[in-house]
Design a protein around this ligand. Structure first.
Ligand code: TMP
Length: 248
């Protein structure tokens, strides 16, 4: 794993996920996120790792989040600290994976018996409960509200922001020769704010780990499906995605 740079003294480990670690900082309103080189798939049943993965995903997220902010999507991102670290606003993560689909692929295509690549006439937003042990089961707004994960107003805001992210990113990637097939977002709540318009921010990351990217000309997969499906060339695909995003 890439070692973290000496940008901040190491605070208390608040959370360790499969691809990132979150640390407290001297400021209670800010966390330091460290991107790992580890990759998992199928709820961590498949594991791998490659040098530079954390740095690539950190770089991609650090480029995309400020542009999303400019497009009106509040995010937790504050600044990049090093190759593998970024400073973010401390939030409580809503335990839902918000999936937005432009084109049928992955679990959606499988579940509905559709060929991957089948176009959707409008975006589909799905919610999954973040639980590897349960296999990230599909839930809905009623579930989230009934179990106290978020209010009706917060779920409405989350959906609105997810569509806003989609409306920004879909043409953004197309101009870079990439079809954005689907992606997963996570949202957090800032403490002490009751208005969902202020409290809910985009958290986590947007990277080839969390999106399906298909080359617009060749159809080649440029994302974590290369790892999930043992297609090879995973490092090159991630590096190429960063290169296209850096093109500005
Ligand atoms: P799916 O088709 O497997 O449900 O995945 C939809 C999108 O969400 C795809 O871009 C990959 C991403 N995703 C994650 O980021 N984390 C996950 O745990 C899962 C299941 C999917």
């Amino acid at each position: 794993m890439t070692t973290s740079a000496n940008t901040q003294s190491s605070g208390e480990l608040k959370y360790e996920g499969k691809a990132k670690r979150v640390f407290a900082t001297a400021n209670p309103g800010e966390y330091r996120v460290e991107y790992k080189d580890d990759a998992t798939a199928f709820n961590a049943q498949k594991r791998g790792s490659w040098a530079g993965k954390g740095a690539t995903n950190n770089a991609i997220t650090a480029l995309l989040y400020p542009q999303l902010e400019d497009a009106g999507v509040p995010t937790h991102f504050l600044k990049k600290l090093s190759d593998t670290e970024q400073l973010v606003r401390a939030v409580t993560i809503v335990p839902i994976e918000v999936i937005v689909r432009n084109v049928a692929a992955g679990s959606f295509a499988k579940k509905l018996g559709l060929e991957e690549g089948t176009p959707l006439s409008r975006p589909v937003v799905e919610y999954c409960y973040k639980s590897d042990a349960l296999g990230d089961p599909l839930v809905n707004t009623d579930t989230a509200v009934a179990l106290g994960w978020a209010s009706v107003a917060e779920m409405k805001r989350i959906r609105q922001l997810a569509i806003q992210v989609r409306d920004f990113l879909t043409p953004y990637f197309l101009t870079r020769g990439i079809r954005l097939i689907d992606f997963k977002l996570e949202f957090g709540k800032l403490p002490g704010l009751s208005d969902p318009g202020e409290a809910i921010v985009l958290a986590d990351e947007i990277s080839p780990d969390t999106c399906r990217f298909w080359d617009a000309e060749t159809g080649e997969k440029m994302d974590k499906d290369r790892f999930r499906r043992d297609l090879g060339g995973v490092e090159a695909a991630y590096a190429e995605m960063l290169r296209r995003i850096e093109q500005g």
